[in-house]
Design a protein around this ligand. Sequence first.
Ligand code: NI
Length: 152
Amino acid sequence: MAVYKILVDPDPVLRQKAVPVKNINAGILRVLENMRDTMYAADGVGLAGPQIGISKRIIVVDPGDNLIEIINPEIIQSEGEQTGSEGCLSLPGKVGWLKRAQKIVVKGLNPQGENIELEASDSLAKILQHEIDHLNGILFADKAIKMRTESI
Ligand code: NI
């Protein structure tokens, strides 16, 4: 198990557009494994490559009961609207309220290199949109309609 240091805003890597993964090799699989360990160690529900300084399009998500790892994720359908609060390991102590799509379909590759299509709604849809935003250099605070800073 290896835990990465999580980059915190305003680290410039968080603002870069991450590049797609071309080959799912041993190095990428190791990064995914370490991202998973890092997410769990930090008590997070999701983590994107740029947050650990790796500007590649990879995310890990766990809404509480199941680990989802997606390489080159892309939202291909979205509908509806939900408003809810979000936090981010890269913006410690901050909470924001955002509008997100209620339901999305994400396509990408699993760690085995197979094409996957995942339908998600409610909180899983919210987490996936948040993590995919990270791959485009977007932080939730950019989109928040209201922000609060909690004393840590
Ligand atoms: Ni985040």
